[in-house]
Design a protein around this ligand. Structure first.
Ligand code: ACO
Length: 466
């Protein structure tokens, strides 16, 4: 079968059909409606179940296996849209028309020219740094490109902030939120001077978001090349964001199929509810720190193995297993050791993760052309079958987004250390979209800890202590 873009689209439409059929018996969720705060919800440890804010950016339904960006179904977006269009949709809340998309693409491309940041990055011992570490530093250097952000005058006026310390409020006090702090993203010196006004300057916030979406990809690519003793590459004006990303990493312009698969991987990772990195980004933004610091926090949160790192583990496991016949004994040993199998299970999805549903067939498609990686795909398929047969249906454990993404990135020629940074390169769209939305009615995040310690301890001078 000749692989072309229609083949890819058909695979996605087929995956969508399977998803609908397999979850048809699950009840339709109640349409979420605007709530009156304070809101009642059951909260578990780690804020599980807590509702922290309202959002129109994206929606996840774990039992139906739905992922929706601004009302658009993820299968539809992957079948027909592009990462640029989806980023615009997330940030602006609507699909761009032709003129808007053209301008957005031009802006994104212009913001990929971050040579100064890359040069500065090369002044650090980058060869000893993980790519995620470099991204964290790079986001900070991008911020410093506009040095006014570090000047006292660039800081939001203190009267705009509400108290960050509510410990003086008795714990039983009902939460209330009449005031809200808003943020005026400081306009850059090379933009038109922003009129000084109290409140949220969405325009400069959007420009910063474009800058970050473009820049994070470039820093990831540049760092990976430096790790391989190669010089960073400048993006090409005739390439899409996805194609440029592949080009800036590998030095080769991708085939249309490779470009499309990368584009879909970027679309799939762009937003996913109030996950840890999104929440971290929003918590920092809610203090009125600027959006570069906020995205830096998101990168830091994503770097943890419980969040963004499982895809690297999956590839290592597939290599360790080596061949399909070793899968069953490997899984048994893992479970006997009370370990989990990376790439399976999800806190929210109790149906097949729609992202894995799309990435699985796409990995198979790409790997057909890579005989050296094909055995890994066979191991992955056998592993999926084994885990699902063992307890998939009963415990509702299915492959998650990390199960097949590493295979796709490997077949595109990316090193393992780039898997999580690719997640960041995409998720930065969701992070910034949610920050911009939240800033319109900001209230600093300040949950409580349940104090289980002592009271009435008597102070004993140190020389009298036992
Ligand atoms: N392998 C084997 N058993 C599993 C797995 C797995 N991957 N995931 C869950 N289970 C089992 C648990 O052992 C538990 O069994 P029990 O009821 O007999 O004790 C049951 O399923 C429920 O598991 P929890 O850990 O309570 O599920 P939770 O929702 O808290 O965890 C998580 C979700 C963290 C993703 C978990 O499934 C896991 O660790 N998976 C492996 C790591 C991974 O792939 N992470 C990437 C997630 S996607 C992302 O973050 C982008």
């Amino acid at each position: 079968m000749k692989t072309d873009l229609n083949t890819i689209q058909n695979l996605i439409l087929k995956a969508a059909e399977n998803a609908r059929r397999e979850t048809a018996d699950e009840p339709e969720p109640e349409k979420p409606k605007k709530s009156k705060w304070p809101i009642a919800c059951t909260v578990g440890p780690g804020l599980e179940g807590a509702i922290a804010c309202e959002s129109k950016v994206g929606y996840v339904n774990g039992t139906k296996g739905w992922l929706v960006y601004r009302g658009y179904d993820i299968f539809d977006l992957c079948a027909r849209s592009t990462f640029e269009e989806v980023s615009y949709l997330l940030l602006h809340g609507k699909m761009p028309n032709m003129a808007e998309l053209t301008i957005f693409k031009e802006k994104l491309f212009n913001y990929t020219r971050i040579n100064k940041v890359v040069r500065q990055l090369m002044g650090f011992p980058i060869e000893q740094m993980s790519v995620m570490g470099a991204l964290r530093l790079g986001a900070n250097l991008m911020r410093r490109e506009y040095s006014d952000l570090d000047m006292a005058s660039a800081r939001p006026a203190s009267f705009e902030a509400i108290s960050s310390d509510e410990d003086s409020i008795a714990m039983e006090t009902t939460p209330h939120g009449s005031n809200h702090a808003t943020f005026e993203f400081k306009s850059r010196s090379n933009r038109k001077a922003a009129k000084s006004k109290r409140g949220f300057d969405k325009l400069s916030g959007l420009e910063d978001s474009y800058h970050l979406i473009a820049g994070i990809s470039c820093i990831a690519a540049a760092t990976s090349r430096l790790h391989n003793d190669k010089l960073p590459l400048e993006p090409q004006p005739d390439l899409s964001h996805a194609a440029n990303l592949i080009y800036m990493i590998t030095g080769k312009k991708p085939s249309p199929v490779e470009e499309r698969v990368m584009d879909i991987a970027l679309i799939l990772h762009a937003d996913h509810g109030m996950n840890a990195s999104t929440f971290a980004t929003m918590v920092v933004a809610s203090t009125l720190a600027d959006i570069y610091f906020s995205v830096g926090a998101g990168i830091a949160a994503l770097s943890g193995p419980l969040h963004g790192g499982a895809n690297e583990d999956v590839i290592r496991n597939l290599r360790e297993i080596g061949s399909a016949k070793n899968v069953k004994p490997w899984v048994k040993k893992k479970l006997d050791q009370k370990k989990k199998v990376s790439g399976f299970g999800h806190r929210v999805y109790k149906a097949y993760d729609p992202r894995a549903r799309i990435l699985g067939p796409l990995a198979g498609l790409l790997l057909k052309e890579k005989p050296e990686l094909n055995p890994l795909f066979e191991v992955a398929q056998e592993l999926e079958k084994t885990v699902m047969d063992m307890f998939g249906k009963e415990k509702k454990i299915f492959p998650n987004v990390d199960f097949y993404s590493g295979l796709i990135y490997s077949s595109l020629g990316f090193d393992e250390e780039l898997f999580t940074p690719m997640f960041a390169a995409s998720r930065v769209s969701g992070w910034t979209a949610r920050v911009l939305e939240y800033m319109e009615k900001n209230r600093i995040f300040r949950p409580r800890g349940l104090y289980t310690g002592e009271f009435n301890q008597m102070y004993v001078p140190i020389d009298q202590r036992k």
